[in-house]
Design a protein around this ligand. Structure first.
Ligand SMILES: O=C(O)CCC(=O)C(=O)O
Length: 324
C-alpha cells in the first residue's frame, strides 16, 4: 500500500490530500477514471486507508435517485415496508458496486458469545464495515468526536471503540435517502456477501439503542439475493396464518423497513448455491442509533479486532492487509 494513502492530520479530514502527493496505485485507477480529475479522498485517523470520493460522473447520475416510486407493503400484520425497485439509477449500479467494493475497508469479524457456561466462537459469515456515531455525539469539522449538545470533545474514554465518520462516497447516498424518506440516519453498516456461502441469519434490528419503531433503509448493489421475512412467533391465533415473504433483492433496490416491522418480523439472507450469488453483493443499511451503546455495539460486531480486508482486482477477492 502506498504510504501516501495513510491518514494525514485531523485538520485535513474533509479536504483531499494534495493531488501531487497521490501516487498512482494501479488498483485505484479503473479505466473509466483515467481521464478524470485527480481523486479526492475522505481522510480520518480511524480509517485504515484514505477512502476515495465518488467520481463526479457517478454523483451526477446518482442525484436522479430515487429512480422509481416505492411499492407500499403493509397488507400483512405489523409489516410496514417501502420497496424501491430500483432506488439507484441503473446506469450507476455497476460502477457504484465496483467502486464501493474496491474502496472500502472490510472485516471478517470473530466474536464469542456465552450461553450459560459455554463460550462459542462466532465467525461472521460475510464481510462487514461500519461508519457513524450515535445521537449523543457528532464529529467536529476537524473530525474530533464532540458532545452533540456542548460541542466539547468527548475524550478517549467515552467510547470503547474509535468511531469513524461516514465517508463522503456513502454519505452522498445517505443524504439522498434522508431527503426522499424524511428519515434521519447517523450510521451506515455495509455487508459484502462474497459468495452464496455468505449470509445473515434470521434476526431483527430492534435493539433498544435504535429507539421505538426504527426506520432502516437497506440497499442492494451487485448480485441478486433472496431476502426472507417471517413474523416473530406470538401466541395470537392469526399470527400462525401470517405468510413468510421472499423478496429477491436486485441491484439498485432499496427497502425501507419502518413502523412495527422490526419489533414483529425477522429477516435474513440465506446461503444460496449457484446463480449470481458468487459475483458478490453489497448491502448498505442506514440507521439511527440514539445512545453510545449503539455505537459500541456496531463497531464491535462490524469492525471488531481483526485485520482489514481490501478488494484485490487481480485476484478477484478480498485480501487481508497486514499491519493495518
Ligand atoms: O443484506 C441484507 O439485505 C440484510 C442485512 C441485514 O439484515 C443487516 O445488516 O442487519
Amino acid at each position: 500500500m502506498a504510504t501516501t494513502k495513510r491518514p494525514r492530520t485531523l485538520d485535513s479530514f474533509f479536504s483531499p490530500p494534495p493531488s501531487k502527493k497521490i501516487k498512482a496505485d494501479p488498483q485505484d485507477t479503473p479505466v473509466s477514471d483515467t481521464l478524470a480529475e485527480p481523486r479526492q479522498y475522505s481522510v480520518h485517523p480511524t480509517y485504515p486507508f484514505n477512502i476515495a470520493q465518488l467520481p463526479a460522473e457517478i454523483i451526477a447520475i446518482l442525484n436522479f435517485a430515487p429512480a422509481a416510486e416505492p411499492t407500499i407493503m403493509n397488507s400483512q400484520p405489523d409489516l410496514d415496508l417501502l420497496y424501491y425497485q430500483p432506488y439507484i439509477p441503473k446506469d450507476v449500479w455497476s460502477p457504484l458496486f465496483d467502486f464501493l467494493r474496491r474502496e472500502l475497508p472490510f472485516y471478517r469479524v470473530k466474536y464469542t458469545i456465552k450461553r450459560g457456561p459455554t463460550e462459542t466462537l462466532i465467525n461472521t459469515p460475510r464481510f462487514t464495515t461500519v461508519f457513524g456515531l450515535d445521537e449523543t455525539a457528532r464529529f467536529s469539522p476537524t473530525g474530533v468526536v464532540v458532545d452533540a449538545t456542548s460541542g466539547k470533545p468527548c475524550g478517549q474514554t467515552s467510547y470503547r471503540c474509535r468511531p469513524r465518520p461516514i465517508p463522503e462516497c456513502i454519505d452522498v447516498l445517505r443524504r439522498l435517502t434522508e431527503a426522499s424518506t424524511g428519515c434521519t440516519f447517523n450510521f451506515a453498516l455495509v455487508n459484502y456477501y462474497a459468495t452464496g456461502s455468505d449470509s445473515i441469519s434470521y434476526h431483527s434490528d430492534d435493539e433498544r439503542f435504535l429507539g421505538t419503531d426504527p426506520a432502516i433503509a437497506s440497499f442492494t448493489l451487485g448480485a441478486k439475493r433472496d431476502f426472507l421475512l417471517k413474523h416473530k412467533p406470538t401466541e395470537a391465533k392469526h399470527e400462525s396464518e401470517v405468510k413468510a415473504i421472499k423478496l429477491p433483492l436486485a441491484s439498485g433496490g432499496m427497502i425501507l423497513m419502518k413502523g412495527r416491522t422490526q419489533s414483529n418480523w425477522l429477516h435474513s439472507i440465506p446461503k444460496r448455491k449457484g446463480g449470481d450469488a458468487d459475483k458478490g453483493r453489497i448491502n448498505i443499511t442506514f440507521r439511527r442509533a440514539m445512545v453510545k451503546g449503539g455505537t459500541e455495539n456496531y463497531y464491535r460486531y462490524n469492525v471488531g479486532e481483526g485485520g482489514v480486508h481490501r478488494w484485490n482486482e487481480a485476484r478477484g477477492e478480498m485480501v487481508e492487509e497486514t499491519g493495518k
